[in-house]
Design a protein around this ligand. Structure first.
Ligand SMILES: [Zn+2]
Length: 75
């Protein structure tokens, strides 16, 4: 499963302690670099953990959709 890509905005199972739960994917690899859009802090997370924690993703219409229903290839 690799539906997300660089610069996508996602929400996770748990939000950041600052209260926000929107994250921008700034680097992809075995470790994921995420920026909290609430306070601009950077969090690194293992890919395997990220895949377990990702819940929603912002689609091209700027709406958050569940990752299980998200299909970036669809029009
Ligand atoms: Zn934050």
């Amino acid at each position: 499963m690799k539906k997300y890509k660089l610069n996508d905005i996602v929400s996770l199972k748990k939000g950041h302690p600052c209260g926000e739960n929107k994250w921008k994917i700034e680097r992809m690899g075995a470790d994921m670099k995420l920026r909290c859009l609430g306070c601009d802090k950077i969090v690194w997370m293992k890919r395997i953990d990220f895949d377990k924690r990702i819940r929603k993703i912002k689609d091209k219409n700027d709406k958050f959709v569940s990752i299980v229903n998200y299909n970036p290839e669809e029009d």
